[in-house]
Design a protein around this ligand. Structure first.
Ligand SMILES: [Zn+2]
Ligand SMILES: [Zn+2]
Ligand SMILES: [Zn+2]
Ligand SMILES: [Zn+2]
Ligand SMILES: [Zn+2]
Ligand SMILES: [Zn+2]
Length: 295
């Protein structure tokens, strides 16, 4: 079982990462749940997030019934069949360390033949209807690798590192502390592709040519809704008739429901994905979701 955060580290991360920050994202920013509120799966090697309700854990435990093999789904990878992993955390570590962002992964469901690069494949499964293998890949949504080649630093956002919006600051800090200015400059293009400025490690909007640097990720999220959300306030009402109380006014709802996504957002969606942990929920990704009817 993974080490749980001490109360002390929870406090620190809560304080430094948002308790006093303005809510950047409509009404939907949840406070990080405290460990006491959460029910953790105790199965060895399980990578599931903690659950808020016992019923969720019960449903989850069904996935541990019987013996599951955890094959790597990378196209051409040997860790499948008799070489498959027996634990989800081992598969996850392999997928992170043994593969690259551009390696293709293939859905394991017989009625789905989708192949996608690693980062995008994490969006293929939903959080409620994938089996134990899908869970491993779903959990890769929380992973970020340092964009500089050969650097082995990667982080996994954890549930106490804040809600959907936070937890990537450590990557910015890493870029500034572990890579010098020249090292960053050499890979300016890759950093930019990942959404970061090579000089300051600030977040860069991939769409805007100028005035597009933001010290904090959440400032970029606000900018996105201001500058790059061209749709109506919501899909149900025109701007004029949408009442104040309509949920379609909430940023989170707009992100998940809007069908009017500008082409410029679509074009840069992988960069936006890199700098925005909630972006997997955007409807811009609908085309990569698993359509399989099987569990
Ligand atoms: Zn479990
Ligand atoms: Zn593999
Ligand atoms: Zn690095
Ligand atoms: Zn922009
Ligand atoms: Zn409305
Ligand atoms: Zn699929």
């Amino acid at each position: 079982m993974e080490a749980r955060p001490s109360n002390d580290s929870l406090m620190r991360s809560t304080l430094s990462k948002g308790l006093h920050a303005p809510a950047p994202f409509g009404q939907n920013v949840l406070d990080p749940p405290t460990p006491n509120d959460l029910i953790v799966c105790s199965v060895k090697g399980c990578i599931s997030k903690p659950f808020k309700r016992q019923a969720e854990l019960n449903r989850h435990m069904k996935k541990h019934e019987g013996k599951t093999d955890y094959p790597c789904l990378a196209v051409g990878c040997k860790r499948t069949g008799t070489q498959a992993f027996t634990r989800p955390d081992k598969l996850k570590a392999h997928v992170i360390a043994g593969h690259h962002d551009d390696d293709l992964f293939k859905c394991y469901k017989p009625d789905c033949s989708v192949e996608l690069p690693r980062g995008v494949f994490a969006l293929h499964y939903s959080d409620w209807n994938n089996g134990p293998i899908g869970d491993v890949f779903y959990s890769l949504r929380e992973m970020r690798k340092c964009p500089i080649p050969k650097c082995t630093f990667w982080l996994i956002r954890t549930y106490w590192s804040q809600s959907e919006q936070y937890g990537l600051e450590d990557l910015q800090a890493h870029l500034l502390e572990k890579h010098d200015a020249r090292g960053r400059a050499n890979f300016a293009g890759l950093l930019r592709q990942a959404g970061y400025d090579s000089i300051t490690a600030e977040v860069m909007c991939p769409i805007c040519p100028t005035n597009n640097r933001f010290a904090r990720h959440e400032d970029f999220y606000a900018h996105y809704f201001l500058q790059h959300f061209h749709g109506p306030i919501c899909d149900d009402h025109s701007d004029a008739s949408c009442p104040d109380t309509c949920q379609g006014r909430e940023d989170y709802w707009r992100l998940t429901h809007s069908s009017s996504i500008p082409e410029e957002v679509r074009q840069h969606r992988r960069t936006i994905l890199s700098i925005w942990p909630a972006f997997p929920r955007s409807s811009v990704w609908n085309d990569v979701r698993c359509q399989s009817k099987q569990e």
